[in-house]
Write a protein of this length. Structure first.
Length: 117
């Protein structure tokens, strides 16, 4: 499955953005869809993920502000980001993690989010 992320941009602190990730094929067989981010000079980190059954997981720094959702009919996963902070700045990557004999992870191309103070 190929992933295409969109929705990044420049926003002021306190604002909102919605990232979308469109998959080229069905995601109904994808165990976990997620979003990672990489801030300048920092390692890539998991931001949020959602399993096929609907359970979600968030990094502590975004809990209560970000919401991840997946639509297995439209083959997309979204990340609603509210109350954005400058430390949320980074390149956001959509991922698809699934098991085919071994665990595999596909990565999208990334979309840049810049939050100004």
């Amino acid at each position: 499955v190929q992933l295409q992320a969109s929705g990044g941009g420049l926003v002021q602190a306190g604002g909102s953005l919605r990232l979308s990730c469109a998959a080229s094929g069905s995601i109904s067989g994808i165990n976990v869809m997620g979003w990672y981010r990489q801030a300048p000079g920092k390692q890539r980190e998991l931001v949020a993920e959602v399993a096929n059954g609907g359970s979600t997981n968030y990094v502590d720094s975004v809990k209560g502000r970000f919401t991840i959702s997946r639509d297995n009919v439209k083959n997309r996963v979204d990340l609603q980001m509210n109350s954005l902070k400058p430390e949320d700045t980074g390149v956001y990557y959509c991922t698809a993690k699934y098991y085919r004999s071994i665990w595999r992870t596909e990565w999208g191309q990334g979309t840049l989010v810049t939050v100004s103070s």
